[in-house]
Design a protein around this ligand. Structure first.
Ligand code: PEP
Length: 248
C-alpha cells in the first residue's frame, strides 16, 4: 500500500508570535503540495496566530509538547484540550531534546501518547539512539524498547494513525545526516516492531519519518526509501529550504 508522505517542521524554541506569522506567510506558497501532508510544529505561544495564519491552506499546525494530565496544578504545562481547542492536530512527543534536557522518560512519553489519542491528536513520536549506542551496536535494541514502551496500551486502530519520527540524536542539529541505508534500516526495524506488536496491516499503515539534519539536498533520496514516509525537519524548517524539502 502507498502511504501518504508527511513532512513536519519542528521550530523548537524559535520565532516570536509575530515572527511566526511572518515566516508562515513566506512559506505558505512554497509548501503547497497535494502529494504530502505538511505540518508546522510551533512553540506553544505561537499556536493561536499560526492557526489563524494557515487558514485557507492545507497546512496543519502541531505542538512541540503536551502534558498528560487533563487540567490542574501543573504550572507551566499545556493540556491536550488546550491544544485541540486552539486548532492543533499534531503533537511532537518524546523529542530527544525533551528526553535529554527535561528528563522525559519512555513512561512519560507513553502517558502522553495515550492522552493524545484520547483527544484525537496525532502524535509524532520521536525515537533515536545516541552516537555511543550506535557505536556499541545497540541501536535497534534501544529503539525497539522506545517503540514498545511508547505504544504500550495503545489499540491498533490508533497505532495505525500514529507517526513515528526516527531521529538519531547524533544527527540532530549537527549537519551530520544519517546515510540513506542507516535511516532505512532503522525505519524498517521500527515497522517490523509495530508488526510484531500489532499486525502487518497496522505496520503497513503507520507513517515513519526520518529526522536529523534533513536538507533540500538530502530529502529526495531519504524520502524515497521504502520505509521512510517523510521527515521531521528542524533547522531547515525555518528557512525557504523547507519548500524544497516538501516538494522534494
Ligand atoms: C529535530 O529537532 O527534530 C531535527 C530533526 O532537527 P534538525 O533538522 O535541525 O537536525
Amino acid at each position: 500500500m502507498s502511504r501518504r508522505k508527511i513532512i513536519a517542521g519542528n521550530w523548537k524554541m524559535n520565532k516570536t508570535p509575530s515572527e511566526a506569522v511572518e515566516l508562515i506567510n513566506t512559506l505558505k506558497p512554497l509548501v503547497a503540495s497535494d502529494a504530502a501532508d505538511v505540518v508546522f510544529c510551533v512553540p506553544a505561544i505561537d499556536i493561536i496566530p499560526a492557526v489563524e495564519a494557515v487558514k485557507g491552506t492545507k497546512i496543519a499546525i502541531g505542538a512541540e509538547n503536551m502534558y498528560f494530565e487533563e487540567k490542574g496544578a501543573y504550572t507551566g504545562e499545556i493540556s491536550p484540550s488546550m491544544l485541540t481547542d486552539a486548532g492543533v492536530s499534531y503533537v511532537i512527543l518524546g523529542h530527544s531534546e525533551r528526553r535529554q534536557y527535561f528528563k522525559e522518560t519512555d513512561e512519560d512519553v507513553n502517558a502522553k501518547v495515550r492522552k493524545a489519542f484520547e483527544h484525537k491528536l496525532t502524535p509524532i513520536i520521536c525515537v533515536g539512539e545516541s552516537l555511543k549506542q550506535r557505536e556499541q551496536g545497540v541501536t535497534i535494541d534501544f529503539i525497539r524498547q522506545q517503540v514498545k514502551i511508547a505504544f504500550s496500551g495503545i489499540e491498533s486502530e490508533n497505532a495505525a494513525a500514529a507517526v513515528i519520527a526516527y531521529e538519531p540524536i547524533w544527527a540532530i542539529g549537527t549537519g551530520k545526516v544519517a546515510t540513506t541505508d542507516q535511516a532505512q534500516e532503522v525505519c524498517h526495524a521500527i515497522r517490523a516492531c509495530i508488526s510484531e506488536l500489532y499486525d502487518e496491516s497496522t505496520a503497513e499503515k503507520i507513517r515513519i519519518q526520518y529526522g536529523g539534519s534533513v536538507s533540500a539536498s538530502s530529502a529526495a533520496e531519504l524520502f524515497s526509501q521504502p520505509d521512510i514516509d517523510g521527515g521531521l525537519v528542524g533547522g531547515a524548517s525555518l528557512k525557504t529550504d523547507f519548500g524544497s524539502i516538501v516538494n522534494y
